[in-house]
Design a binder for this molecule. Structure first.
Ligand SMILES: Nc1ncnc2c1ncn2[C@@H]1O[C@H](COP(=O)(O)OP(=O)(O)OP(=O)(O)O)[C@@H](O)[C@H]1O
Ligand SMILES: Cc1ncc(COP(=O)(O)O)c(N)n1
Length: 263
């Protein structure tokens, strides 16, 4: 069986973070391992508390997993400290992990920068060069490329700038767009440059808690199974559209997805 390691925070309400990742990986029939970066007290109405895991104990988890069940792919979500970034980069290099999907939780939907500058520097210098696919949402695509996105052309250019800076593939997610929920992939290899749009209608459902976590875990599962990045994103996009479209309605706020919609 293929295995995927998720490095992320715990979401007590089960819709995002580690819990969303393990559900997604399990329905994709890969074996999930997990290294927890932080405990969060959150539900569909918001986050009330974050307790980061101290670096030593975070490293102990990483060591337990990597020294025993080496992952075929790694998915990275919320990171709680600069030290954790350094530890993750160290293990990805030490164990030569090739399939690494990172969801850079950096900018809130309202445009607030969530990661302080000191942590950003380490992300840029140590972690991003070890990533195979970065999955920024629209505000993060703008922030990481340093340019304003006004249309498809400027979005393509922004993804290309990010991909060239860190030598990775980039999936710019369109969940925060005012129009459709189209995602755009820029992938450069030795021989070619791929620019792929994944069109999707916006689903009128307020329950989208955990979409970023779920999409990146689904991509990691497909990569672990041996699909290309382009195919892995296509399958993951179909999966996320189904999980949002199943219209699960739990909790009093921005509810979770139906991870089991196609079982
Ligand atoms: N209302 C929607 N209808 C269809 N697809 C959506 C909708 N909202 C998000 N998506 C899709 O979900 C995936 C996650 O995208 P999004 O841009 O929301 O990421 P994110 O900002 O990291 O997630 P979140 O908003 O949960 O923090 C993308 O494939 C996006 O196109
Ligand atoms: C522990 C944790 N990690 C990540 C997110 C963001 O979730 P998403 O961007 O997928 O909605 C979250 N709410 N909680």
């Amino acid at each position: 069986m293929k295995t995927v390691l998720t490095i992320a925070g715990s979401d007590a309400s089960g819709g995002a973070g580690i819990q969303a990742d393990i559900k997604t990986l399990t329905v994709h029939k890969v074996y999930a391992t997990s290294c927890i970066t932080a405990l969060t007290a959150q539900n569909t109405k918001g986050i009330t508390g974050i307790m980061p895991v101290p670096p030593d104990f975070f490293e102990e988890q990483m060591d337990s997993v990597f020294s025993d069940i080496k992952p075929d792919a790694v998915k990275i979500g919320m990171i709680a400290s600069k030290e954790q970034v350094e530890i993750i980069a160290k293990y990805l290099q030490k164990y030569s992990i090739k399939q690494v999907v990172a969801d850079p939780v950096m900018i809130s939907t309202s445009g607030t920068v969530l990661v302080e500058e000191k942590v950003r520097e380490v992300l840029y210098e140590k972690l991003f060069p070890n990533i195979s696919l970065l999955t920024p949402n629209l505000p993060e695509t703008e922030f990481l490329s340093g340019g304003k996105i006004t249309d498809r052309k400027t979005r393509e250019k922004a993804a290309e700038i990010i991909a060239k800076r860190w030598n990775c593939a980039v999936l710019s997610k369109g969940g925060h767009s005012e129009q459709n929920a189209d995602d755009f992939l820029y992938e450069k290899s030795f021989e070619s440059r791929k620019k792929v749009w994944y069109p999707a209608c916006r689903i009128n459902n307020p329950n989208t808690h955990g979409t970023g976590c779920t999409l990146s875990s689904a991509i990691a599962a497909n990569l672990a199974k041996g699909f290309s990045i382009e195919e892995s994103v296509k399958k993951a996009k179909d999966y996320i559209s189904g999980a949002i479209g199943a219209m699960l309605n739990l909790g009093q706020g921005n509810g979770p997805l139906d991870h089991m919609w196609d079982l």
